[in-house]
Ligand binder design. Structure first.
Ligand code: CA
Ligand code: CA
Length: 110
């Protein structure tokens, strides 16, 4: 391997690392947003359940009301979208959001 090739590979590595760091930062930020949104909902609606909160949040994201949150409608980062989109079909269903929020709430209360 010559030096030019080595430098190029090293450069690509660095870019991959930067992308990863960006993704992690975005994920953390989006989780914080989601958490504060969830907390607000829980405060607003006494005796609400996670599924009710998820439903509320779902409707605020599902702009065209087709029952799915697409990547275009999702205002968070790609990393969070991918994490919530369990079956990776490019759409988040109410069930997938509920599962994600349940896990989040579990983390938040741990
Ligand atoms: Ca939609
Ligand atoms: Ca999905």
């Amino acid at each position: 391997m010559d030096k030019a090739t080595f430098d190029q590979m090293h450069q690509q590595d660095r870019m991959a690392n930067d992308k990863l760091a960006e993704g992690i930062a975005g994920f953390t930020k989006a989780l914080e947003n989601l958490e504060s949104l969830l907390t607000q909902r829980l405060v607003q609606l006494e005796n609400t359940t996670v599924s009710h909160a998820a439903e509320e949040i779902f409707h605020s994201y599902d702009l065209d009301g087709d029952g799915f949150i697409t990547r275009e409608e999702w205002m968070g980062s790609d990393a969070v979208f991918d994490a919530l989109d369990e079956n990776h079909d490019g759409k988040i269903t109410p069930e997938e959001l509920g599962t994600g929020l349940g896990a989040l709430l579990h983390l938040a209360s741990a």
